[in-house]
Design a binder for this molecule. Structure first.
Ligand code: PEP
Length: 250
């Protein structure tokens, strides 16, 4: 497999304030972002993009958002468009996070439309897929993640090589439970095969991140798996020392 730079992406979720953001960003920038080995992104609440953009400009930290509207513009109260995110420096946008699927009832189809909308404007979607504990226990993990990814592949066609995929078992998000490196790798291998079936050898170059309670102590063993090309990190991205230590493992 060609060596890809790992992508370490923080997902701040609905956390932060002007003051705490400034302190967190300063501590991250004071550390080593390992630009030789990885790309580092932080996906922040959209209202803070402008602040973080001005604090990080030219400093090797990519910016991302946590969701985007499926619509281009117009009468969609409360929504934020792809072009707005781009104007404020976003390079990435998370789509289909399990919290959006669960609490906002986002369907595979809607997630796919968001991914397509992002790609059309040059924003890289980080497409999240993952099974619940109940689905895992009933042996449905593979079916679920393949169905979620298939909706995106179906809509974006050959542009699939431009997406990032994040395997995030729902039972591991924010719970302190982590997939073992073997459990994660076996799902990543399924996703890799699906991406290769859609994009040929180009599927090798699509980054598949693992997310779900990744932290300073388990990052190295997860990130050393052959099909784990980075991490999507929630809780540990809010502490500079932990985030930097995950970056150091990449
Ligand atoms: C996430 O929200 O994408 C995530 C992986 O969260 P945590 O690392 O806190 O489990």
């Amino acid at each position: 497999m060609p060596s890809l730079k790992k992508l370490i992406a923080g997902n701040w979720k609905m956390n932060g304030s002007l003051e705490s953001n400034a302190a967190l960003i300063q501590s991250i920038l004071d550390g080593d972002l390992r630009a030789d080995a990885c790309e580092v992104a932080i996906c922040v609440p959209s209202v803070y993009l402008h602040q973080i953009q001005s604090l990080t400009e030219g400093k090797g930290l990519y910016l991302g958002a946590q969701d985007v509207s499926a619509h281009e513009k117009g009468a969609y109260t409360g929504e934020v468009s792809v072009s707005m995110l781009k104007e404020f420096g976003a390079s990435f946008v998370i789509v289909g996070h399990s919290e959006r699927r669960q609490f906002h009832h986002e369907s595979d189809q809607l997630v796919a439309i968001k991914a397509e909308r992002a790609l059309a404007s040059g924003l890289t979607p980080i497409v999240c897929v993952g099974e619940t504990m109940q689905e895992r226990e009933s042996g449905a993990t593979e079916v679920i993640v393949k169905r979620q990814l298939a909706a995106v592949i179906h809509l974006v066609g050959h542009c699939v090589t431009e997406i990032v995929v994040a395997y995030e078992p729902v039972w591991a998000i924010g719970t302190g439970l982590t997939a073992t490196p073997d459990q994660a790798q076996s799902v990543h291998a399924v996703l890799r095969a699906q991406l290769k079936a859609a994009a040929g050898e180009g599927g090798e170059k699509i980054r598949i991140l693992y997310g779900g309670s990744m932290n300073a102590s388990n990052a190295k063993s997860l990130l050393s798996q052959p099909d784990i090309d980075g991490g999507l990190i929630g809780g540990a991205a809010l502490k500079a020392a932990d985030f930097l230590s995950i970056i150091a493992s990449a």
